[in-house]
Design a protein around this ligand. Sequence first.
Ligand code: AQP
Length: 347
Amino acid sequence: MTALIPFLAILMGKQRVLSGVQPTGNLHLGNYLGAIRNWVEIQDQYDNFFCVVDLHAITVPHDPTVLAGNSYAIAALYLACGIDLAHSNIFIQSHVSAHAELTWLLNCITPINWLQGMIQFKEKAVKQGENVGTGLLDYPVLMAADILLYDADKVPVGEDQKQHIELTRDLVIRMNDKFGTKKAPVLKMPEPMIRKDGARVMSLTDGTSKMSKSDPSELSRIELLDPPEAIAKKIKKCKTDPARGLEFDNPDRPECNNLLTLYTLLSGQTKETVAAECADMGWGQFKPLLTETVVEALRPIQEKYAAVMDDRAYLDSVLRQGREQAEVIATVTLDRVKTAMGFSTPV
Ligand code: AQP
């Protein structure tokens, strides 16, 4: 049945969605609220491809002994968070070689100064010092290839990826101008899908920088697989301020806004209800409430994750099927680009 999903989706006129997460560590609440939760909520309206972007994970120094295991863990977390195979395909990026091949073709039409200006490159390059790799500079082109291979209509991501999607759109214009015609464009124009709530979850230790897997401090993020004691400890130690009463949207209180937003999103209440509930609270009252809410929100995800990881044959079959579906579509796009660019066809 799942093998028929892309064809049924086309018949039903569904648009296609593509998104992914890097296996660079355990997923945190930012990845969940900024990306995966949104995938789950919209998946029945679209034809979805969710990949574990392991080729992206090696753009920073990585440990080869854990890369494959991390990729499986992220795929299992997709299932645990509610990705449903009746609507979605899950696969590992490096299992579909077209991603690397299209990246090369796109590289050759990408001005280097487009990449040098990317915010994420500049931030991560600083951390790598003189050893900054070409792969880090090229990260947005690989991301463009991921999206464009599937003729994706929508790309649900957090706010931090917006600039990369703008670059993807610029590459579509460039490719179509150079090698396509108005009637027969080579690549399809995708659109970002960025929700307002949760688009930028901030660090627990600094409300002005985003929660990130690569932050050296584990106290800065709550990971989806953190046990209740770790969650309690991180919330107990998180940065707050001395002001009395809790409020949203005060620029002088970024931590307060971030923690209230986490509580709102994970408790499923409205912002107005939470604002009223917490207006007179102190941190001593709010922190246990937030801890309880986070623990309860993550409990079902953690239980499902354990069950999926216990059944490796099932996970392998999900990824095999996902790869097969992905390859069918990716091959068609890659052939179209190569033909447009003038490559000969093997006989
Ligand atoms: N703090 C965040 N708030 C909201 N959304 C976020 N995302 C990441 N952090 C936040 C969204 O999660 C998706 C997957 O991200 P990724 O792992 O591919 O890369 P990233 O954006 O670089 O995430 P990290 O955690 O910061 O990873 P590292 O530290 O390895 O670079 C994306 O949709 C992203 O927007």
